[in-house]
Write a protein that binds this ligand. Structure first.
Ligand code: NAP
Ligand code: MG
Length: 505
């Protein structure tokens, strides 16, 4: 139940037209007064202006994070108290659920049901890590007699966390929750296109009792501010989610000081539909796998391989249901597919589709920029299914990051695995089959961090999320993420009564 005070905050925030950064617990404007403008991709309308960080602002944020870490004010909290604060963050987010959902829809143009699911998951991430951190500890190891060895898990330090625009609040939660659970300080840099809910998360952290300087949010350009953070000598770890090319640049820069890095990058994830699959579930799951979030998901199942014996039956239903997907007002509960993030992304999607057609691909449904009624000034693309493709085409090899799926036939299990693995990426994958032994056998041979068997969903708080090959490395959303924000210190002691004299002098 929301209280009067919470209602007041909600009303106040919905009227806000300007969002500050958060540095050292203060809401600040950028040092030059410049702003970033955030637009609603569904309508093209201005949503708000946001402070734009300069390198000076980023410097202040790193200094604040460093000081907060070095004084130990947060990392020395008893673990139960840190856990309580994480639960309080989740509770405040839940009390402001409608506001967070509404701002996420306005800032991204995504459908209401997608935003509701993602805000829910962001809340549950904090609850998950509030529990997980309590069991995160070192070990006592087997060593020879009269020696004792144990390990301590220590927070890695100051973390720069750089996130993309496709799941703004959820990505912020995936980054901030495990880092602060361990005791790190963070400088979070949201995507320039979608900074609003990350700023609100920063404010909520303060309200919940995270000390000033532990969570800083700087809003500014990736190539300038993001890169500055990655190169900064006082940053100990970089956690990045975004495109593979930027991920490669970050890895190169971070190597100069051997910073710890986690990279969650792009994908071109396959779905394999075997002849023994439940066809309706496979169709419904494959539609969700590509058209959820308008295909702007790193684990979007954008390559679909269907056994030749059921291809026609599967495709008839797949195309029929794709035609029923509704675009339009994202706040309308009946809207399935939201907008595309901006004009550049829209053009990029359309170029991929047009080039594929020139190379001989067949568009079975969609293939056009859309103009839903009342949303003609927004950025929209029709859900698109493309057949008659091969593995030499860009549309099969590269991440389109839009509502576009390519479909091919296969003749047997061996060929399905070979096609699925014939990619530079390795993030998600889906298998549709009623034969449990086959599903397990195929799952074991797929080169991807995530395999979904008869399941449209890729992750819940607790399940590891991350890639093989050029989809990056490190796993988020799970227990082992805590280790990626920790150093392991080994403490070895001797407790024998005779002094040791290894040189025999
Ligand atoms: P992007 O261009 O790589 O940007 C991601 C973030 O990096 C943004 O905050 C961006 O800032 C910043 N950035 C850009 N250039 C930088 C640089 N030189 N140094 C440091 N930071 C820099 O990716 P995007 O277009 O926003 O997002 C889409 C991509 O993210 C897709 O490839 C998708 O697959 C991937 N993704 C992966 C996962 C996963 O878990 N594997 C999840 C979601 C998305 P600006 O916004 O200011 O440019
Ligand atoms: Mg926006």
């Amino acid at each position: 139940m929301t209280t009067t005070r919470e209602n007041e905050i909600e009303q106040e925030n919905m009227k806000r037209e300007f969002y500050h950064m958060i540095i050292n617990g203060e809401k600040v404007k950028g040092s030059t007064g410049e702003t970033i403008k955030s637009y609603n991709p569904a309508t093209g309308e201005l949503v708000a202006e946001i402070a734009k960080a300069t390198k000076d602002d980023a410097e202040k944020a790193v200094e604040a994070a460093r000081a907060a870490f070095d004084t130990g004010k947060w990392k020395k909290f008893p673990v139960g108290r840190r856990s309580n604060v994480l639960n309080k963050i989740a509770a405040i987010m839940r009390s402001r659920f409608n506001e967070l959902v509404e701002l996420e829809v306005l800032d991204t143009g995504k459908s209401l049901h997608a935003a509701q699911g993602q805000v829910t998951q962001a809340i549950e991430d904090f609850e998950f890590y509030a529990g997980a951190i309590v069991g995160h500890r070192g070990a006592v190891n087997n060593v020879p007699g009269q020696f004792h060895n144990y390990t301590e898990k220590e927070p890695v330090g100051v973390c720069a966390q750089i996130i993309p625009w496709n799941y703004p609040l959820m990505m912020a939660a995936w980054k901030v929750a495990p880092a602060i659970a361990v005791g790190c300080s963070v400088v979070l840099k949201p995507a320039s296109l979608t900074p609003i809910t990350a700023i609100i998360l920063g404010e909520i952290c303060l309200e919940a009792g995270v000390p000033p300087g532990v969570v800083n949010v700087v809003t500014g350009s990736g190539s300038e501010i993001g890169n500055y953070l990655v190169e900064h000598h006082n940053v100990d770890k970089v956690a990045f989610t975004g495109s593979t090319p930027v991920g490669k640049d970050i890895m190169a820069s971070a190597s100069q000081s051997l910073k710890r890095i986690t990279l969650e990058l792009g994908g071109k994830s396959p779905s394999i539909v075997f002849e023994d699959a439940d066809i309706t579930s496979a169709v419904d799951g494959s539609l969700f796998g590509i058209f959820y979030n308008s295909g702007q998901s790193c684990e979007a199942r954008s390559r679909l391989y269907v056994h030749e014996s059921i291809y026609d039956e599967f495709m008839d239903l797949f195309v029929e249901k794709a035609k029923k997907l509704k675009l339009g007002d994202p706040f309308n509960k009946g809207t399935h597919v939201g907008a595309i993030i901006d004009q550049n992304q829209l053009e990029s999607i359309d170029n991929y589709v047009q080039s594929a057609q020139k190379e001989g691909a067949n568009v079975l449904v969609g293939g056009n920029i859309a103009k839903p009624e009342g949303h003609e000034n927004g950025f929209w693309y029709e859900p698109t299914i493309i057949a008659n493709v091969n593995h030499d085409m860009e549309i099969v090899k590269e991440e389109v990051f839009g509502p576009v799926v390519v479909v091919m036939k296969f003749k047997d299990e061996k060929e399905a695995i070979q096609l699925a693995n014939d990619t530079d990426f390795g993030l998600g994958s889906a298998i549709w089959s009623k034969d449990g032994a086959r599903a397990t056998r195929v799952a074991n041979q797929i080169q991807a961090g995530i395999v979904m068997i008869n399941c449209p969903f890729s992750a819940f708080p607790g399940t590891p999320f991350g890639g093989y090959k050029q989809s990056g490395f490190g796993r988020e959303l799970c227990i082992e993420t805590l280790d990626l924000y920790s150093e392991t210190k080994s403490i070895l002691s001797y407790y024998g009564s005779r002094p040791l004299n290894p040189f025999g002098l």
